[in-house]
Design a protein around this ligand. Structure first.
Ligand SMILES: Cc1ncc(COP(=O)(O)O)c(C=O)c1O
Length: 479
């Protein structure tokens, strides 16, 4: 073992034992050289190695800092077998209502902070886009939608190495509209649809609305849906469609490795089952490269890829799209039948904004902010939540999934937290059977403030209080 590996191992063990904690600074290169009588390059190599292992991060012109050491959340969920009708809406509406008030700490919100978006540049693009619109656009831009925007979206796929033409894209009112249209295009009432466990609650609501049954498939908190389980479900249960997220899944944050995405597409092609791929967080990766969607591996037009600008640029504009493969015409017709068309001025504004490099510059900035905020949130979980708490550390997006030790109940914690003006998203929102009663989804999409820090400390105290009460109660009943 070389000198630098030795030094890196020593620091790693200090982190593991908790002597060095999240946010602590490593000794400066000068200090380390002096105290250990080694060269600067040995110290640098050791720090690079620790960075590569995900234990520390470099802060330009400042030094190296210990990262939160997230214990993985449950490696794989374990939903009960069987399909079922879905009813999650009441809880979802209650939680969504609670995040609307501005004075509430938005840890349960599904949105990032509006301050992360380039509002002024969008305002200018909206004015310019409107000036360019001609009177006939109301007719020309009926589904599949405003052509200049479809061309800009197609150009963005090209950056991923995907050859997409504007004709293959159907514009929608946000991704949720696209997802609902794709679900409707691929199913009939009474059909069964595979979803993840846990999954985005709106998928459950869409199933509920269209009278479809959910088959929940276990999902790994790091690598997404369990493909072996899916293969068995496809054999035995003959679902009509699969709806899932392959990158930065909501709520887990899981990211399917590329090989697994390819295998998923091939497996579904063998069974001729369409995949509705919700990819709204794909642009918000923390690393240096955009993840490819499963759609990139689709050779049969069986993947209906849905995305939007809601999470990365302009939530209120309600502009999204589907790339529905062989279902494109059906999806465009359903769009016409259900809402005629999306809003053309909003589509024109985004087409104008996307013409130059402004979106990429904005995204680079937003990704850095989200990565930093995630560290701050994870550090706070580690500092304030009861021992035994586990959490995910996603490689993109802005959600963290937290598993609390027994007997803490996320729904009770949600009620208690609201009393302190704090929102959170309790685990049962993400399950057709109200599972994940000890889990929460927290939002790291907001710049870190003293108020957020205080909210996290309060949440930690509320969780600890629940744990003590629960343990005391269990003691009494046993005694
Ligand atoms: C996973 C997921 N899909 C889709 C959506 C909806 O996207 P849009 O606002 O573009 O309709 C959301 C928003 O919360 C989401 O979290």
């Amino acid at each position: 073992v070389s000198l630098y590996e030795n030094y890196a191992d020593e620091i790693a063990s200090l982190i593991e034992r908790g002597t060095l904690r999240a946010g602590d600074q490593l000794p400066s290169v000068r200090q380390a050289r002096a105290t250990r009588s080694v060269s600067a390059s040995t110290v640098f190599q050791a720090y690079y190695l620790l960075e590569a292992r995900g234990l520390v991060r470099a802060e330009p012109r400042s030094g190296y800092y210990v990262l939160p050491q997230a214990a993985p959340a449950p490696r794989r969920s374990n939903p009960k077998p069987g399909s079922r009708r879905v009813a999650v809406s009441e809880l979802v509406f209650e939680v969504l209502g609670s995040v609307k008030a501005r004075h509430i700490a938005p840890l349960g919100s599904a949105f990032p902070s509006p301050t992360l978006f380039p509002l002024e540049a969008l305002r200018r693009a909206a004015a310019a886009g409107m000036r360019r619109l001609d009177a006939w656009s109301t007719v020309d831009d009926l589904p599949p939608g405003h052509e200049p925007l479809r061309r800009q979206i197609a150009r963005r796929y090209l950056k991923l190495g995907m050859a997409v033409t504007p004709e293959q894209i159907v514009l929608s009112n946000g991704a949720l509209d696209a997802l609902n249209l794709c679900l409707q295009a691929t199913t009939q009432p009474g059909d069964a649809v595979v979803v993840e466990s846990p999954c985005f609650y709106a998928a459950l609501q869409a199933l509920e609305r269209l009278n479809l049954k959910a088959i929940e498939v276990p999902t790994h908190s790091a690598s997404g849906l369990d493909l072996e389980h899916l293969a068995r479900v496809l054999e035995r249960r003959k679902p009509q469609a699969v709806w899932l997220m392959t990158s930065f899944q909501n709520p887990l944050g899981s990211l399917m490795p590329e090989d697994k995405k390819r295998a998923l597409v091939q497996l579904l092609a063998r069974h001729q089952v369409p995949l509705i791929e919700d990819d709204v967080y794909a642009e918000l990766y923390h690393g240096s490269q955009a993840p490819l969607p499963a759609k990139a591996f689709d050779t049969e037009g069986l993947v209906l890829h849905c995305a939007s600008f809601s999470k990365s640029l302009a939530p209120g504009y309600r502009v999204g799209w589907a790339l529905p493969g062989r279902y494109a015409e059906r999806v465009a017709r359903l769009k016409l039948m259900t809402s005629l068309s999306g809003s053309i001025p909003a589509q024109a504004a985004l087409a104008d904004y996307l013409q130059d490099g402004a979106f990429d510059r904005h995204l680079a900035q937003m990704r850095r902010a989200l990565k930093r905020q995630q560290e701050q949130l994870l550090t706070a979980v580690e500092r304030h939540f009861p021992a035994g708490t586990r959490m995910t550390r996603p490689l993109g997006g802005y959600f963290v999934w937290v598993e609390l030790p027994a007997p803490i109940d996320a729904l009770a914690l949600h009620q208690a937290a609201l009393g302190h003006d704090i929102s959170l998203a309790p685990g049962p929102m993400f399950s057709a059977r109200a599972e994940f009663g000890n889990c929460l989804r927290l939002n790291s999409g907001h710049p870190w403030t003293p108020q957020l820090a205080q909210a996290m400390a309060t949440l930690g105290q509320l969780a600890a209080a629940q744990q003590h009460r629960g343990t005391a109660l269990a003691g009494e009943t046993q005694g």
